[in-house]
Design a protein around this ligand. Sequence first.
Ligand code: URP
Ligand code: ZN
Ligand code: ZN
Ligand code: ZN
Length: 463
Amino acid sequence: MARTLITGGLVITASDESHVDVLVDGGRVVGLATPDGHAWTADHVIDATGKYVIPGGVDGHTHMEMPFGGTYASDTFETGTRAAAWGGTTTIVDFAIQSKGGSLGEGLDAWHEKADGRCAIDYAFHMIMSDVNESSLREMDGLVSAGVTSFKLFTAYPGVFLSDDGQILRAMQRAGSNGGLIMTHAENGLAIDVLVEQALARGERDPRHHGEVRKALLEAEATHRVIKLSQVAGSPLYVVHVSAQEALAELARARDEGLPVFGETCPQYLFLSTDNLAEPEFEGAKYVCSTPLRPKEHQEALWRGLRTNDLQVVSTDHCPFCFKGQKEMGRGDFSKIPNGMPGVENRMDLLHQAVVDGHISRRRWIEIACAAPARMFGLYPKKGTIAPGADADIVIYDPAAEQTISAETHHMNVDYSAYEGKRVTGRVETVLSRGVPVIDNRAYVGRAGHGAYLPRGTCQYTN
Ligand code: URP
Ligand code: ZN
Ligand code: ZN
Ligand code: ZN
């Protein structure tokens, strides 16, 4: 395998920034040294002068080809991982799904069937538990040993994914003893269903009502509940897609008490709001996801949470549905709009824009997008950093390039962009996955099947 030398760039990790050259051999980083401190030769030299050299992004929350709301998320593992690479992400952790009445093992097999041999970048799985029972609880231990070390449980979507509090407690107890990490989708789904029914009866049928019925208080209530359940069980907790400042306040309080409680938010909650859900002509359907977009005031609280480490991770919850034919299923009834938004290609750029806008520092950008998710999901330091021994998942990032986000130019298999027309500063130039170019100077040179499945360790995040 070729030796690659990356010269002249500013290497940024979660803990350091320095002008050093990076030597890659055998798919791994083998050395970092100042330009005058080495005499390395290589088969391939990448001149990164004026550019950032950053770890490939780790997106800890995607749903490729997810069956949901009577249809399937429109990105396959092939198209979705290619788009991820275009956006500077080199690892995804997707959610395998246990079907009701099925086993965890069957769910996992089905996800391997979809993903294996098709990914452009490395991938791993969490497990969605939709049927917590004696047998699936027992199965959790084997999954943890085999590298599927995190389990998502829902207090939302009655009849589909919802687990009751007893089931959640049992899963948390099991995770407390086998080292697994429980992730929760925290919204009070039973209460929301009542509000949905009442809204529809009043003739409130547009996309914006999706945001109105899925109340911030019902996200906060469920967040409070799962925190208390995890405290009783003595297990760590990771709350996915936090969008309400009231829910964030629950996390912050628990962390102040010293509990191992972690939170994730997503670019859509940081950059979009209920104003988007209210776009006329059913355009608001493009922004229907759960938890829902919130009024703009919540954004400042989320940025603050990311700065103070009350939120540790930004993932995308990439779950794309085309406007034509898929989002349209909910015309005249917002409750039938498939929930989910595209974004796997946009996360690194949007968070760099947050650096430009002064919300976060450059190192914090790498922390929340690369290092923290790698630690959280047992992939560090193989992923999430640039250090000797780490996989050479490296992005050459041009911090001065200007671009306009658009469905015309994106690579996700979806007919709209949630950020259409947004100008951002910064762009991915070259992407290496284990030392192999996937994007080379803005050209896709990757291959479906290059991406390897990653069995994971347990959560390494401690503070
Ligand atoms: O709306 C969303 N988030 N769709 C994906 C499924 C989930 O709850 O994460
Ligand atoms: Zn969810
Ligand atoms: Zn999700
Ligand atoms: Zn090259």
